[in-house]
Design a protein. Structure first.
Length: 385
């Protein structure tokens, strides 16, 4: 795992865990406080009654809270009737062992999972043994059990979400690293492509300056040609950047793809004749809604790519649903087919593929689709409107 991925995983997972831990802590504190407040109110109510009554008839239920604590009367050895002993045997054993102070509310957690808030008061009533105590008991087992279940559930969710987050963060980190590597290779390759014409321009320019070039017209022609190549490459990079940033706005109108294809072929006529290519067209008079300039750039890049790699023949078809451009330049490898439209992908022959990336970006902005596949010892690009 590279450093970028590690930092990303630690950052994302750390923020996720801290956020959920904070939420869980706040929930636990608030719930625990609520349980304690209800228990205290219920116990204090019963304690007040026990301090003021002599018989059951004296019990005042007018201000009785929603939750009322239970109580049992025990002797000085904490013995009680078998009925109560059966239900509170563990609690009575704890009280006998720990001997809580009178009039103090104590939280008790037993080994069997039961939890209570209790208060021990002297038995001043006329009920039972006055030498014993009144144990006021508020059972919170169900509430604390529910809180524990929620905590376990949330912890499981945190663990699962943490694993998913870590997995996604790793994938994102790997993707970022791959993109960084692709960008590095891309700029190295672009630098090489710019360096080659620059060296040619510099060489001929120095030759003209030192008057050692016999054919200055040819030298000027080379300089102009190499300058055009550089200008086209830089313009494609800038166009792609403007599209990605949203700086370029689409202004759609009804246009004919057939006319755009014909215009592109006219512009490429010299290269087609020079290479001796045969271009077969099957064009229908169709209309689509698109930005004229951007659509022409996309179609031109695809046809130019076909002209560049075709061996002998190119076939162009279109109707009201799609435009396809096939050339007999041989099949592409699976890797090249998968990455041919990637912005920073470098093909087997060291081509940067800027034109293909730009074409796809334009097509996607028009909400169209583009695909490429091997067919009949060649490749075919298809734009679906």
């Amino acid at each position: 795992m590279n450093n970028t991925t590690k930092k990303l995983v630690v950052l994302v997972c750390g923020m996720f865990v801290i956020t959920l831990a904070a939420v869980l802590l706040i929930y636990n504190v608030s719930t625990t406080n609520n349980i304690r407040e209800k228990s205290t109110a219920a116990i204090n109510y019963v304690a007040k009654q026990l301090r003021t009554i002599d018989t059951w008839e004296d019990w005042d239920a007018d201000d009785e809270p929603q939750q009322v604590a239970d109580f049992i009367i025990v002797d000085r050895n904490y013995k009680v009737s078998d009925y109560y002993a059966a239900g509170y045997s563990r609690l009575l054993k704890w009280v006998k062992t720990n001997k809580p102070k009178n009039d103090a509310i104590v939280e008790v957690s037993l080994t069997n999972g039961n939890t209570y808030y209790i208060m021990q008061v002297k038995n001043n009533t006329g009920i039972g043994d006055k030498k014993g105590y009144c144990l006021i008991i508020y059972n919170t087992t169900s509430e604390t059990g529910l809180l524990a279940e929620i905590n376990r559930f949330v912890l499981i969710i945190v663990l699962l979400c943490g694993l998913v987050t870590a997995f996604l963060a790793i994938k994102l980190g790997v993707r970022i690293k791959e993109t960084q590597d692709q960008q590095k290779k891309f700029f190295e390759n672009v630098s090489h492509e710019l360096k080659t014409p620059l060296m040619s321009i510099q060489g001929y320019a120095e030759g003209i300056y030192q008057e050692v070039v016999p054919d200055q017209k040819h030298a000027a022609s080379v300089i102009m040609s190499e300058s055009d190549k550089m200008s086209a490459l830089v313009e494609e990079i800038l166009s792609l950047s403007r599209l990605e940033s949203g700086e370029t706005e689409m202004n759609p109108e009804s246009i004919s793809i057939s006319e755009i294809v014909n215009d592109c072929l006219v512009a490429l006529e010299t290269v087609v004749i020079k290479r001796g290519l045969v271009i077969e067209t099957h064009l229908e008079d169709d209309k689509v809604l698109a930005d004229p300039a951007q659509a022409e750039t996309a179609v031109s890049n695809i046809i130019s790519n076909a002209v560049k790699y075709a061996m002998h023949r190119i076939v162009i078809r279109n109707d009201d649903k799609s435009l396809s451009v096939w050339n007999d330049g041989g099949n592409l490898s699976r890797e090249n087919l998968e990455h041919i439209f990637d912005r920073f992908y470098i093909g087997e022959k060291g081509q940067t593929g800027i034109g293909m990336a730009l074409a796809k970006e334009i097509i996607v902005r028009h909400h169209w689709q583009i695909s490429v596949k091997n067919k009949d010892d060649g490749i075919i690009f298809t734009i679906t409107y």
